[in-house]
Write a protein that binds this ligand. Structure first.
Ligand SMILES: Cc1cc2nc3c(=O)[nH]c(=O)nc-3n(C[C@H](O)[C@H](O)[C@H](O)COP(=O)(O)OP(=O)(O)OC[C@H]3O[C@@H](n4cnc5c(N)ncnc54)[C@H](O)[C@@H]3O)c2cc1C
Length: 464
């Protein structure tokens, strides 16, 4: 006999587990099926373990700067295995926390591989056999995995995916990172800080290509100062894998060159986990590797919803979780549910220096036909940044000249991944330039630069 629920969630990543908990909070009987690990990629192989590794790199970097702060640190070194072990421990702690949250909220957690098996039916293959579950509403939250390009496939030996890079089988000394999106740049920054000779190859004309051009170029200069080699508008044509090295053929400006590396990290994007779920048979529309949904995460097939990475860009944990809440509330019949506003979702990259943004870039704002006003403020003009020893960075704000609407905000520098939320709230509340100008920012904080950038758009910045 099938176990019957109000809602079945397939996948326990930040999309799925949040949907399950919110559904249970709203009184639904919920089951969440997960084939590998509670917390999904985010807690186990993505957001959290990378930030744990990057924190080690940051502390290492600061230890080298000890003298500048009047401190002594001799014999500075690191143990890469210990760095990775700490990161695994943090991931495990958080993944375990999801189990507790499920218990607390009375979500039935089932470890197994799920697939759709007819209307309102999910078949789960577990260690003990096959289990059939039924529910009126089923949420697909199966996430995504690393994209493998032909010839550039990760093998876990000399060519790594993000998973291998988090539990490195050896220490890279000469590293090639293919792709300069958030994942590629974070690993490049981590290993470069630890001393690996690092080269980043990006097919687009600049690194972090979704970011505002000024921010990308500022970040590039900082990375180059730290010794990274950046090859933009370049393409890795071939990886010749030898026992202890990889010979990469890199083409740029029509010329092909070969370079030797001991390690390659392939970070060329992700593909949705759409296979083996019975989605096509259920009538769900798939575009490349993503399920097509409307702004309420409906697939068009009654009772079937899709959230998070499987439902397309932006591939971010907070977007997945927000959609998780949204679908649970829709399923529970709440009538106050608002669609996600893509323009109010921040993107953060935790490299050194950090990069964060929300809303339109300057180019996109112009493309959309806005007459714009732009403000800038450099970290060098901020007391807290100087006190922290972090004078390199920039805050840029873009407003609609006619309405004063905050169209976009872009930052590079220390702690900007924490600061950006101030502007996210601004975007969510449709804040204007005037509201932000009249807001009092605490002193001394890095956030004062957010104020100054707004003031600068009106030619009235005080400290620069
Ligand atoms: C290295 C790296 C760093 C990242 N850093 C950040 C960051 O700093 N900030 C950020 O916002 N995002 C970051 N991301 C992206 C973030 O991890 C994803 O956007 C997020 O995990 C998506 O959540 P999800 O719930 O959609 O899917 P996932 O987290 O991928 O979870 C899906 C779950 O579904 C399970 N599953 C799949 N198929 C089945 C099945 N048939 N049956 C049962 N279970 C199944 C999987 O095992 C998985 O646990 C990073 C990603 C990577 C790879």
């Amino acid at each position: 006999m099938a176990d019957t629920y109000d809602m079945i969630v397939i996948g326990a990543g930040p999309g799925g587990y949040v949907a399950a908990i919110r559904g249970a909070q709203l009184g639904l009987k919920v089951a969440c099926v997960e084939r590998e690990h509670l917390g999904g990629i985010c807690l186990n192989w993505g957001c959290i373990p990378t930030k744990a590794m990057l924190r080690s790199a940051e502390v290492f970097h600061l230890m080298h700067r000890a003298k500048e702060f009047g401190l002594k640190a001799d014999g500075i070194g690191y143990d890469l295995d210990a760095v990775a072990q700490r990161s695994r421990k943090v991931a495990k702690q958080l993944s375990g926390g999801i189990g507790h949250l499920f218990k607390k909220n009375k979500v039935t957690s089932i470890m197994g591989e799920a697939k759709l098996a007819g209307k309102g039916t999910v078949e789960v293959t577990t260690d003990k056999g096959t289990q059939t579950l039924r529910a009126k509403d089923i949420v697909i939250a199966t996430g995504a995995r690393a994209r493998d390009l032909p010839g550039l496939e990760a093998d876990g030996e000399r060519v790594w995916s993000y998973k291998h890079a988090l539990v490195p089988p050896h220490e890279p000394k000469k590293l090639l990172v293919i792709g300069s999106g958030a994942i590629g740049i974070e690993f490049a920054s981590f290993y470069n800080t630890l001393g690996a000779e690092t080269t980043v190859v990006e097919v687009m004309d600049r690194i972090l290509p979704v970011e505002d051009e000024e921010i990308s170029s500022f970040a590039r200069k900082q990375f180059e100062k730290q010794g990274m080699t950046i090859k933009a508008k370049a393409i890795v044509k071939k990886l010749d894998r030898r026992k202890d090295k990889v010979v990469a053929t890199i083409e740029s400006d029509g010329k092909a060159e070969t370079h030797e590396f001991d390690t390659v990290i392939s970070a060329v994007g992700i593909v949705g986990n759409v296979e083996g779920l019975g989605l096509e048979e259920a009538g769900v529309k798939i575009d490349r590797s993503h399920v097509v949904v409307d702004e309420y995460c409906r697939t068009g097939v009654e009772g079937l919803w899709a959230i998070g990475d499987i439902a397309g860009a932006p591939w971010l944990a907070h977007k997945a979780s927000h959609e998780g809440v949204l679908v649970a509330e829709m399923i529970a019949g709440r009538n106050d549910v608002h669609p996600v506003k893509p323009g109010a979702i921040a993107g953060c990259t935790y490299c050194h220096p950090q990069v964060a943004s929300v809303g339109l870039t300057e180019a996109k704002a112009k493309e959309a036909g806005h007459k714009i006003k732009v403000g800038h403020f450099p970290f060098i003009g901020n007391g807290k940044a100087i006190a922290l020893g972090e004078p390199e960075g920039m805050v840029k704000t873009i407003f609609d000249e006619e309405t004063g609407e905050l169209l976009g905000a872009h930052m590079v520098g220390a702690e900007v991944t924490e600061l950006i939320q101030g502007y996210v709230i601004g975007r969510q509340l449709e804040t204007t330039e005037q509201d932000l100008q009249q807001t009092v920012f605490p002193h001394p904080t890095l956030s004062e630069m957010m104020h100054e950038s707004v003031l600068d758009a009106d030619g009235r910045a005080i400290h620069f």
